[in-house]
Structures are given as C-alpha cells and as structure tokens.
Design a protein around this ligand. Structure first.
Ligand SMILES: Cc1cc2nc3c(=O)[nH]c(=O)nc-3n(C[C@H](O)[C@H](O)[C@H](O)COP(=O)(O)O)c2cc1C
Length: 169
C-alpha cells in the first residue's frame, strides 16, 4: 500500500493539514506540493488538497484533480467557511466532480483555515463589494483565525487512516 499526499497552499493552512495527513499514514508514503510530484504512477491512493476558492478548489488543485486518471483519490481542503456548512460541502463536491470518470473519490475532509487577507486587514475592493462585512461574516472570519488547530490536525489524521483502510478493503 503506497500513498501520495499532494497539496496546494497559498498561506500554509492546507500544507499544514497535508502534513498531518502524511504523518498519520501507515506504510509507504510520499508528500509533494502539487506540480512538483515526479509521477503518480505506482501509488495506490492519492490524497489531494486544495484551498477554497470561488466555490471549489484553487486553480492549481483543479488541474491536479482533473489529471488523476484511474486512481483511488481522497480529497481534503481548508477554507474560510464553516466545515459543516453547505458551502463547504459544495466546495468538496465541486472538486470531486472534476475527477476523471475512471477514478474514484473515497472520501473528503475539510477544515476551516485562517483567511490571510482578513488577518492582515486587507480585503480587496472586489471582496468588499461582493461580500460586504456583516456580523455573521465577521464571526466566521474570527473563528477561521483559530484554524487549522490541533484538533483539526488530529481529525485529518484519523480521516487519512480511514481512507487508507478503505483503499485496501
Ligand atoms: C483570493 C482568496 C479567495 C478566497 N476565497 C474563498 C472562498 O470563496 N471561500 C472560502 O471559504 N474561503 C476563501 N478563501 C479563504 C481560503 O480558502 C482559506 O483561508 C484557506 O485556508 C487558505 O489556505 P492556504 O493557507 O492553504 O492557502 C479565499 C482566500 C483567498 C486568498
């Protein structure tokens, strides 16, 4: 059983979750930033991570997911939105829908992740216009500041182990 963990990350949240996934996995395993992996040949299970962007995966991860032919795949993500929200489910579903038909999505995982632009107090004019600040949005962004945390890393690790077991079943 050989697993490959691929991540795409702009500010480190998804990379940190990818490392928790990697650490928890048994057996043979490798980890690479998306685009830097030599080849996906020879791996029994591919973990692919993205950061939430425009109702789905960031564009690097979209290309990675689309390229995974004939593979068992487990998809993980971080996003500013709450992990139990419909938006989070939509991000994961939209990402999984990009998989080629000859691949299989074994499962998904998402954690909230601090939003860098909010943290540094720079929201783009576009963001201010399209997503005006409301009390709900502010609460969501303030909660996102606390993630990913140790509990998220633990849950990501447990999920990774369950995905590896599923791939072997
Ligand atoms: C340009 C940009 C757009 C984003 N769009 C969304 C979004 O549509 N929905 C969301 O939940 N989070 C959004 N986020 C927040 C990121 O998905 C979140 O902070 C994520 O954890 C960043 O992961 P990273 O640290 O691995 O880059 C956006 C962040 C940036 C910088």
């Amino acid at each position: 059983m050989k697993s490959l963990v691929l991540w795409s990350s702009r500010t480190g949240n998804t990379k940190a979750i990818a490392e928790a996934v990697y650490e928890a996995l048994p057996d043979e395993k490798d980890i690479f930033e998306e685009g830097r992996q030599p080849s996906v040949d020879g791996y029994d299970l591919i973990f692919v991570g993205f950061w939430g962007f425009r109702r789905g995966a960031d564009f690097t991860a979209r290309r990675t997911i689309e390229s995974l032919h004939g593979k068992k795949v487990a998809i993980f993500a971080t996003a500013g939105t709450y992990p139990d929200s419909q938006a989070a489910r939509d991000y994961l579903d939209n990402a999984a829908a990009l998989l080629p038909e000859d691949s299989e999505c074994l499962g998904t995982f998402i954690s909230q992740g601090r939003v860098h632009s909010f943290h540094i107090g720079k929201r783009s004019e576009h963001a201010k216009l399209v997503h005006p600040m409301t009390p709900d949005r502010l609460a969501r962004l303030q909660e996102a500041e606390k993630h990913p945390n140790e509990d998220d890393f633990r849950r990501a690790g447990e999920w990774a182990v369950s995905m590896a077991e599923k791939a072997q079943a």
